[in-house]
Write a protein that binds this ligand. Structure first.
Ligand code: HEM
Length: 219
């Protein structure tokens, strides 16, 4: 085993800010939806709007970071070992089977993570942002007119936004469980806090070839 620097400072900052904002947007959003009562409706709307703007700013920085470091390539989905990874989570993990893929600095996501995270990045988060912004601009027509939206389309927007919120809550619950399934129960969590993780030293990685983006990923 070798101690490796897996998650860089911005990456960890972005991860934890995103987690906090999504939880906060979820709590305030579901209060607006009427499912829970915590801050009171009016406060929930104000807090949701402030958190949404912060989330948008974070997204701009995160997109820039992923593009300039080449780290976006980590999320390109692959069929290779996808079935093995899914079978591991359904069966293997309960029989103490070894992880079917190995984590390395150049390939830190397993095939299932690549697929799910790519789906979040290109589908769920954009849906939340676009529907959220349309919702926001619709709700304040005196300041920001979106004249083409009638009440019918607002309903579609609200339903899309709520479906996205349920998907994010589902992801969040699964994510917390999967975080505990690393080499030890806390190894993944500690890695995302400190940046360092004990990884198998063998460079003969079976998850992804060491491809041309290697120089862009240097520390
Ligand atoms: C940039 C991202 C986002 C923007 C711009 C945004 C904006 C909004 C706006 C303007 C509303 C309506 C508030 C009102 O009625 O006055 C709303 C509602 C809501 N938001 Fe968001 N939001 C965003 C992200 C999220 C996220 C990440 C979640 C969940 C994790 C979420 C969950 C909800 C829920 C559940 C509602 C209530 C929907 C309904 O009942 O119609 N939002 N959002």
């Amino acid at each position: 085993m070798k101690q490796e620097y897996v998650y860089r400072a911005f990456e960890r900052f972005w991860h934890w800010m995103q987690a906090a904002l999504i939880v906060f947007l979820g709590v305030t959003g579901f209060e607006i939806h009427g499912s829970i009562r915590f801050f009171g409706f009016e406060q929930a709307v104000t807090y949701h709007n402030v958190a949404a703007v912060s989330f948008l700013v974070l997204i701009v920085f995160a997109v820039f970071w992923h593009l300039t470091t080449g780290e976006w390539r980590q999320y390109v989905p692959t069929w290779k070992n996808l079935k093995a990874q899914a079978q591991y989570y359904v069966f293997g993990i309960f029989r103490n089977a070894p992880h079917p893929t190995r984590k390395t600095v150049l390939s830190k996501l397993n095939p299932l993570q690549k697929l799910v995270y790519a789906g979040l990045k290109v589908l769920v988060i954009p849906i939340m942002v676009v529907s959220g912004l349309l919702y926001m601009f619709y709700r304040y027509p005196q300041r920001n007119q979106v004249l083409s939206l009638n009440i019918g389309s607002l309903e579609v927007i609200a339903v899309l936004h709520t479906i996205g919120a349920f998907l994010l809550v589902t992801f969040f619950i699964a994510h917390i469980y999967l975080v505990t399934t690393g080499r030890t129960v806390t190894s993944n969590l500690r890695a995302m806090i400190t940046g360092y993780e004990e990884l198998e030293g063998d460079p003969d990685d079976n998850k992804a070839p060491r491809v041309s983006h290697e120089p862009a990923l240097s520390k």
